[in-house]
Design a protein around this ligand. Structure first.
Ligand code: HXC
Ligand code: NAP
Length: 287
């Protein structure tokens, strides 16, 4: 979508960049000329991804192992990224943890684990990079948070994730206002279903995938394609979106609105019935 070289010379940190959507975003940023720092807990996954992405794009990738739940490790991530590339221009808070479970089966520790990764991990990275930029008086920085559509609707069976993502949305909107004075923009993307191994194995394991075909919930009747999300992410971290601040952009084929619209279920009405229905409705006079 953006022209070649649109991110030339910019350095972007992608948490959870070794797999799934984080890997796809990293690849897209590299293709547009950026340097990318990918981070997660598993160094062997990161190193493999870094080697493959450098080979396929010709760009520069730094892999840094970091558990974003631990602030000290996040500070070391900032230092490693700055040591390698001199400066960081954008942070993409993409790393997450999630699994389906009836809430009554969750331990307090299980809840805490997801809140720690999703909410505290995003807070830790935002704080560490934000403070670094403020200290250095560096401006023109962007933070992009990957949330979900149930950040505002809530959702059963993924309660810790829903609570954590709602917090990340509040983080996005709060700092969009408070830290704009430092030359930072904070935005979010709320993806609908985009197939990844990490999400699919934890949210739709085994036969659930067939029983609850996610594409059927989407008005466009299909799942998202990674390039559709990476185009949006590239735009939102780039200067081309310079006046967008505090926004959450939904990219879900209309999925959440289909559930929200009271009469959207009328999709199930046979097309041939609409003439009779119209006559009935038009026949109502003065009652
Ligand atoms: C109930 C569970 C559980 C399950 C773990 N726990 N899995 N409880 N049902 N299926 C409990 C454990 O028993 C333990 O509590 C606590 O959670 C911590 O578990 P650990 O395995 O020790 O945690 P950890 O090793 O840190 O692993 C974190 C993880 C794991 C979240 C459980 O799945 C992970 O590493 N995920 C990272 C990647 C990921 O989740 N990607 C999917 C993102 S998809 P006790 O009390 O027993 O000690 C996404 C999509 C959203 O977000 C929207 C899609 C449309
Ligand atoms: P994924 O491949 O499982 O990505 C999650 C990443 O987070 C992994 O690389 C994981 O790596 C990393 N991570 C987990 N805990 C971490 C920690 N403590 N410290 C550092 N990194 C950690 O799943 P995905 O589908 O691509 O998800 C990416 C993002 O999109 C998430 O924010 C998710 O909520 C969001 N999302 C996805 C969908 C979808 O349909 N796929 C829909 C809505 C929202 P390690 O395990 O190696 O640490």
């Amino acid at each position: 979508m953006l022209r070649p070289g649109a991110l030339q010379g910019r350095t972007i940190v992608v948490t959870g960049g070794g797999t799934g959507l984080g890997r796809s975003m990293s690849e897209a940023f590299l293709r547009l000329g950026a340097n990318v720092v990918i981070t997660s807990r598993k160094m062997e996954v990161l190193e493999k991804t870094a080697t493959e992405l450098e080979a396929s794009t010709g760009g520069k990738v730094l892999a840094v192992a970091c558990d974003i739940r631990k602030y000290l490790e996040v500070e070391q991530l900032v230092a490693a990224a700055v040591a390698r590339f001199g400066t960081v221009d954008s942070l993409v808070n993409n790393a997450a943890g999630n699994f389906i479970s009836p809430t009554e089966r969750l331990s307090s520790k299980a809840f805490e684990t997801i809140i720690d990764i999703v909410l505290m991990g995003s807070v830790n990275c935002t704080l560490a990079f934000g403070k670094h930029w403020i200290d250095k008086k560096e401006r023109d920085k962007t933070v992009l948070n990957i949330v979900t559509t149930y950040a505002w609707t809530g959702s059963g069976y993924v309660l810790p994730s829903a609570c954590a993502k709602a917090g990340v949305l509040a983080l996005t909107r709060s700092l969009a206002v408070e830290w704009a004075k430092y030359g930072m923009r904070h935005n979010a993307i709320a993806p609908g279903p985009f197939p990844t191994k990490g999400a699919w194995t934890r949210l739709m394991p085994g036969e659930l995938m067939e029983r609850f075909d996610l594409s059927k919930r989407v008005p466009l009747k299909r799942l998202g394609e990674h390039h559709e999300l990476t185009d949006l992410a590239s735009y939102l971290i780039s200067p081309f979106s310079g006046y967008i601040n505090g926004e959450v952009v939904t990219i879900d084929g209309g999925e959440w609105l289909q559930g929200a619209g009271q009469f959207s279920g009328l999709e199930a009405v046979e097309p041939g019935m609409w003439d009779a229905i119209e006559q009935m409705v038009r026949g109502v006079r003065g009652s």
